[in-house]
Design a protein around this ligand. Structure first.
Ligand code: SF4
Length: 467
């Protein structure tokens, strides 16, 4: 769990078929998706004969030098940025994962999390399978290796029928690229065009950067096969209940992406407007916790008529660790990232907007910092409901007992934060703001309604108290 006390996304995918700069454009695509994973980055490319893979720990810009990109020849490539979910963050778990199978080389990149990966892995290990990593993605490779002989588009449904959970996948062989979304559609995956090339990306912001045009989403349960013969679609699974991750709208996705038919910034503004309707307050200024609260704060300001201001300035160039001076600085950890502007805050009644509260530790420091900068009142508003449950569908989350919303009422949290008032958006308000059918979303981290199985190993995570 990151020190900034947020839920953390998972992974980002990018793939391109039929472009002479395939590896370079994949690098750029991953650059645009960096927010989806900062621990490792990798690209697999093919010239139609063999597969070449380059991957390492670190950010995209640090991992890929021009020399490294030159080692990725061919007109087809897939790439991956990773924030570890299942498996630890060692290089062995960096993706794409590659293997030499009976049918030739294959590379696979996965966004999501399989809820039954552990029992499947144990079962296959009992049968003699040897795993190279602790990543659940390798489970899919082993299942593919066991599928009856046949074209990959037939083996894929066979293998994926055994897994549970969330997956958007990109698979590359010398002859084709496969883009797959699980039957519930937890994670996004978009298909685009760049001249004669086909492009697939987790978010449309990656298409924008390379000036590709978004065509459509890969549908839940669909396998899109791109080859030199063109593009084909296989409906691998019957339609299931849609369970798109609502947290993509709340926090994960970039505001400039179009997700499931709606611009993310627009949805976040709608979340802010709903929040203002549900929890009005007399105040002088509305400020966001930048950057995650910015769009919702604009919406809150529009709806309430309270002036939008910048009260906290984010330093965008902060690394992971800091050396703190011995003399000690109040709120140091948060202050390195966020600096309160006394000129904006002093003597004012301030509404501060954030997207979510996980443990509450950072929110508490932010409230104290704003007060220390002279604010007369601090009213905290959150553009999603209290997080009460961990996520098992590809998001890095703490255990249930670490989530402040799981064990404390809103009033208890308000007192802990030291805010004058606290308001969370309701579940209904959040789903309404998506502008989509409310039944099409997963909201298990708010409600505990896990609609897709959880492996028994995971259940200690759900406990509020040690037993
Ligand atoms: Fe998204 Fe929450 Fe569902 Fe996880 S549990 S997929 S974070 S809505």
């Amino acid at each position: 769990m990151s020190p900034d006390d947020k839920f953390h996304d998972e992974c980002g995918l990018f793939g391109i078929w039929n472009h002479r700069e395939a590896a370079n454009l994949t690098y750029l695509g991953l650059y645009a998706l960096q927010h989806r994973g900062q621990e490792s980055a990798g690209i697999a490319a093919t010239d139609g004969v063999s597969l070449h893979t380059e991957k390492a720990m670190g950010w995209v810009a640090d991992v890929f030098s021009p020399e490294r990109l030159r080692r990725l020849p061919g007109h087809r490539a897939i790439g991956h940025v990773r924030y570890s979910t299942a498996g630890t963050s060692r290089l062995r778990n960096a993706q794409p994962i590659t293997a030499n199978t009976a049918r030739g080389p294959i590379a696979i990149a996965h966004n999501g999390n399989l809820t039954n990966a552990d029992p499947l892995r144990r079962e296959m290990e009992r049968d003699g399978a040897i795993f190279q990593s602790s990543s659940d993605t390798e489970v899919i490779l082993h299942l593919l290796a066991r599928a009856p002989a046949g074209p990959l588009e037939e083996q894929l449904p066979y293998a994926l029928a055994r897994v549970q959970g969330a997956y958007s996948l990109l698979i590359l062989t010398p002859n084709a690229m496969y883009a797959v979304r699980d039957p519930y559609g937890f994670r996004p995956l978009t298909l685009g065009r760049l001249d004669d090339a086909w492009v697939v990306a987790s978010e449309t912001c990656a298409l924008d950067l390379i000036e590709a045009r978004a065509e459509r989403d890969v549908e839940p349960g669909e396998i899109v096969i791109v080859s030199d013969d063109g593009i084909r679609s296989v409906r691998a699974f019957p339609p299931a209940e849609r369970l798109q991750c609502v947290f993509e709208y709340v926090y994960f996705a970039r505001p400039d992406s179009v997700l499931w038919g709606h611009n993310v910034h627009t949805v976040r503004k709608a979340l802010g407007r709903e929040l203002a309707r549900e929890h009005p307050v007399e105040a002088d200024i509305v400020i966001p916790v930048p950057d995650s609260g910015s769009s919702a704060a604009l919406g809150f300001s529009e709806q309430s008529g309270i002036r939008y201001e910048m009260g906290l300035i984010r330093n965008h160039y902060v690394g992971r660790t800091f050396i703190e001076p011995q003399q000690g600085i109040r709120h140091f950890g948060v202050k390195v990232k966020l600096n309160p502007m006394r000129e904006m805050l002093e003597g004012r009644r301030v509404v501060v907007i954030d997207d979510s509260i996980v443990r509450g530790t950072t929110s508490r420091k932010i409230v104290r910092m704003i007060r220390a900068a002279g604010a007369a009142e601090v009213h905290m508003r959150i553009s999603s409901p209290p997080i009460q449950w961990p996520c098992y569908y590809g998001i890095d989350t703490p255990t249930r007992k670490e989530l402040i919303g799981a064990s404390h009422s809103a009033e208890e949290i308000r007192r802990y934060l030291g805010a004058d008032s606290l308001g969370y958006l309701s579940l209904e308000g959040m789903l309404k703001a998506t502008g989509s059918d409310p039944a099409h979303f997963c909201h298990a981290c708010f409600t505990g309604q896990y609609k897709v199985g959880i492996a028994p190993e995971a259940t200690p995570q759900l406990r509020l108290f040690d037993v």
